[in-house]
Structure formats: C-alpha cells, structure tokens
Design a protein around this ligand. Structure first.
Ligand code: AMP
Ligand code: ZN
Length: 112
C-alpha cells in the first residue's frame, strides 16, 4: 500500500520518533504549526476517523491513554490540543489516521 505513514512506521522514510510501542508510533511533524507538534498514528493502517469501528477502536483508546505521557515528555506543561482531520473538507492530506498534538505556546482560540 502506498501510504506515507505506513512507510514511516516501517522505517522506509525517516522521521524523528518520540515514542513507539506495539500499537502506535509518534513522531515530530515535518512542518510544525506550534513549538511542539507531534503526530501519533496507529501501526495498523486505518484511513481516518470515519473508519474507526468496533474491531479497531481499541488502538485509538490506547493512543489516547499515551497522549498525556507523550505530551509531557515533549516538554508541554501548560496544555495542548489534539486534532484529527478527517476527509477533504478538513484538509486531511495523509490518509492514515493520525492525531496531531499541538502545544508549547498559547494556541489560537479558533479551530477552523
Ligand atoms: P493532515 O493534514 O491532518 O493530514 O496532517 C498531515 C501532517 O503530516 C501534516 O501536518 C504534515 O506536515 C505532516 N507530514 C507530512 N509528511 C511528513 C513526514 N515525512 N514526516 C513528518 N510529518 C509529515
Ligand atoms: Zn498507512
């Protein structure tokens, strides 16, 4: 499958890893939109939030269990935002489910 994030998980495309376990991979966004901008992705290819279902949602729960630790280890101390863009209107550019962690500064009140 020609998926950029599957290739990053496989090590075929380099990334700056910040966390990895059996279920997920977390790495720095190549085009950061905040002082801390990390992407957390399931190792299983799931295209987007629309494709989360009973059979694959456990990994999403595991990702959210780890996000506080990933944010803390990245130096975030005063809050952060978690975003997942789904589909064209949300400008999802990589069709592998990912959660953006944004922090390290006061973020915009606007989300869209
Ligand atoms: P989205 O627009 O929600 O699909 O987010 C995709 C994110 O992936 C963007 O923030 C990009 O900057 C980021 N990105 C694209 N290619 C890479 C890469 N090779 N390494 C790290 N982040 C990437
Ligand atoms: Zn993928």
């Amino acid at each position: 499958m020609d998926c950029l994030f599957c290739k990053i998980i496989a090590g075929e495309i380099p990334s700056t890893k910040v966390y990895e376990d059996d279920n997920m991979f977390a790495f720095k966004d190549i085009n950061p939109q905040a002082p801390v901008h990390i992407l957390v992705i399931p190792k299983e290819h799931i295209c987007c939030v629309d494709a989360i279902n009973e059979s694959n949602s456990a990994v999403v729960a595991k990702i959210f269990e780890k996000i506080p630790m990933i944010a803390k280890e990245a130096g975030i101390t005063n809050g952060y935002r978690v975003i997942s863009n789904c589909g064209d209107d949300a400008c999802q550019s990589v069709k592998h489910l990912h959660f953006h962690i944004l922090g390290g500064a006061q973020l915009s009140e606007k989300m869209a």
